[in-house]
Design a binder for this molecule. Structure first.
Ligand SMILES: [Zn+2]
Length: 312
């Protein structure tokens, strides 16, 4: 219990040791610190690769430490219940599923095979199945996988992706807010690209980490091991043999990819991208933020949104 509490107490470090790793995308060991805290005001160091700019948590939690976190802390940390998805979560998932279907439907043939990687409670799969598509989900969380199967009637593999062998014939794969949670996003992208039919598409969204007005530390979270900009996401995809599909206009870090003819290969990195990016993240002081009272306004708007999404 004391260990779990350490994940939530502000200003102290997370209860993990981690390991120093090279960049998952380009293999470069050199990096620069972007931020030393996260949105809980806890100590958490995020660095950017000096070559390609891909951001990661440093030190990186080990595989065992990640498993420990997801087994005991993750759902609590995200304000989700351990037993079943909250009404707020389901309402938000329905909205997101609807817009995802609207975007993808024009290019889907009847009976298309749809995989949702990190399907959570299975809401998107339910929408896709109702629309007549053949569906499959992958979800490591057992409670959410059970909900998807038992209450929404969709087929879900309840396992971590490294243990799952997929056929190579999916017409569309979606991965919504998943890649940032994985220790090896490049390998995961290759695994997804392999599972696509030749003319299949991969719909990906991750948080867009281009510099913004928001205080830098408020954009980081222990569960997010990697951070992407539209450029680094596209480079990770290229390393997996994917390129943006011209039929879909990219929207920040929401991008629909298709397979390239040449297959997986490292892109021509703009070698100044990583270093240039580091300069753009302004240092924001946690104590000044707390003293300014700005956190009250942010807390208020989060609470309002949460209530609205629960009771509608
Ligand atoms: Zn790199």
């Amino acid at each position: 219990m004391a260990l779990i509490a350490q994940y939530f107490i502000p200003f102290i470090s997370y209860p993990y040791t981690g390991e120093t790793i090279d960049c998952d995308l380009c293999g470069c060991p050199d990096h620069k610190v972007i931020c030393r805290h996260d949105r809980r005001f806890k100590k958490l160091q995020t660095v950017a690769c000096l070559q390609c700019g891909l951001m990661r948590t440093n030190p990186m939690p080990t595989k065992a430490e990640i498993e420990e976190y997801y087994s005991n802390v993750y759902r609590l940390d995200y304000g989700l219940t351990l037993s079943r998805p909250s009404k707020r979560h389901l309402n938000r998932s329905h909205d997101q599923a609807k817009s995802r279907m609207e975007l993808l439907r024009p290019v889907l043939k009847p009976g298309a095979r749809v995989l949702d990687f990190g399907c959570g409670a299975g809401v998107f799969l339910h929408h896709a199945k109702t629309a007549g598509y053949e569906t499959l989900g992958i979800e490591p969380g057992s409670q959410f996988a059970s909900f998807a199967r038992d209450e929404l009637g969709v087929e879900v593999i309840n396992d971590i992706w490294e243990q799952v062998e997929l056929p190579h014939n999916f017409d569309v794969i979606t991965a919504v807010e998943v890649l940032e949670h994985l220790r090896h996003p490049v390998l995961a992208m290759r695994w997804l690209a392999d599972a696509l039919a030749n003319d299949g598409i991969l719909y990906v969204t991750v948080p867009n980490m281009l510099p913004s007005k928001k205080e830098t530390f408020r954009r980081f979270h222990f569960a997010h091991l990697y951070q992407f900009t539209p450029t680094t996401l596209t480079w990770v995809a290229a390393a997996a043999g994917l390129e943006p599909d011209p039929r879909f206009e990219p929207n920040g870090t929401r991008i629909v990819f298709r397979k390239t003819e040449k297959g997986p290969c490292l892109p021509d990195f703009n070698l100044n991208y990583g270093e240039g990016m580091c300069e753009q993240y302004a240092h924001a002081s946690v104590s000044q933020y707390l003293l300014s009272g700005r956190w009250l306004r942010s807390m208020g708007s989060r609470l309002t949104k949460s209530i609205r999404d629960t009771i509608r």
